[in-house]
Design a protein around this ligand. Structure first.
Ligand code: 16G
Length: 246
């Protein structure tokens, strides 16, 4: 591969050129997962840039999930992000199995509750209608990837609170045990930063980038809401893909 040099005459900031240069090597596989990246000092010498510039390039690659740092050792290429297509209504279990990863969960919270306001409106609850709250850390090959909080209308799946969701798919349970087929969902994605709690649970630094989704899922009539899920995915491990047609 031709070695890209930084261009000091260019209006493009130097740190950005260095960063893009490394990113290209990562994306093309010239640098492989878990391979060590050049140190700040190497970049400084190689490109004739300042230590600050080199540091900024590496820090940004880290916050974008391309590299991870080991204290006192340097920066290494991160595993590629998991690509999550947003065009299909799939479960976490199906998504992980498709990628050859072992899905798992740790249940943080499981209870029947009554909810009000926005949530109640979105789920079109009738007065006094109970909701099954299930909060899980989702794992892939034992690595924590997301925190998912599901709210299900209990009247469609009475007794669901008795199941242990540690090794069990929620969507599969709805289908097998309650004969519920899902029709469609509306989903939004937004960026935010990990709170202390989420960072601890997901094994990342507080303030790390996160992708937060809200999914409202309907039965096959396309109109009756059954689940409202609010989930937080690790921004360093996820990339959301949307298909556009015209
Ligand atoms: C997905 C869903 C979530 C659902 C879960 C069921 C989002 C964006 N998506 O992660 O709504 O509860 O799958 O997964 O939250 P399971 O069948 O593996 O338990």
């Amino acid at each position: 591969m031709k070695e890209a040099k930084v261009n000091k005459e260019s209006p493009v900031p130097l740190y950005y050129q260095v960063k893009e240069n490394l990113k290209e090597k990562i994306e093309s596989g010239v640098l492989e997962p878990n391979e060590r990246l050049p140190s700040e000092r190497d970049l400084e010498n190689k490109h004739g840039i300042s230590r600050m510039t080199a540091r900024r390039a590496l820090t940004e690659l880290e916050s974008e999930g391309y590299v991870y740092r080991e204290q006192g050792k340097g920066s290494y290429v991160a595993e590629p992000k998991l690509r999550q297509a947003l065009s299909k209504l799939t479960s976490f279990t199906e998504d992980m199995q498709d990628r050859g990863l072992e899905p798992g969960a740790e249940v943080l919270n499981k209870e029947l509750i009554t909810v009000e306001d926005q949530l109640s409106d979105k789920l079109m609850l009738q007065s006094g209608e109970k909701v099954f709250l299930l909060r899980r850390v989702r794992l892939a090959d034992n690595e924590p990837l997301a925190i998912e909080t599901s709210h299900l209308r209990n009247k469609f799946c009475p007794g669901i609170e008795e199941f242990d969701f540690k090794d069990r798919s929620l969507y599969e349970t709805l289908k097998r045990e309650f004969g519920i087929n899902l029709g469609r969902a509306e989903q939004s994605v937004e960026a935010n930063l990990a709170s202390k709690f989420k960072a601890d649970v997901l094994n990342v630094e507080k303030g790390s980038p996160m992708l937060t989704t809200e999914r409202l899922t309907f039965l096959t009539d396309g109109e009756t809401p059954i689940e409202l899920a609010r989930s937080t995915y690790r921004g360093d491990r996820y990339k959301m893909l949307v298909e556009l047609r015209r």
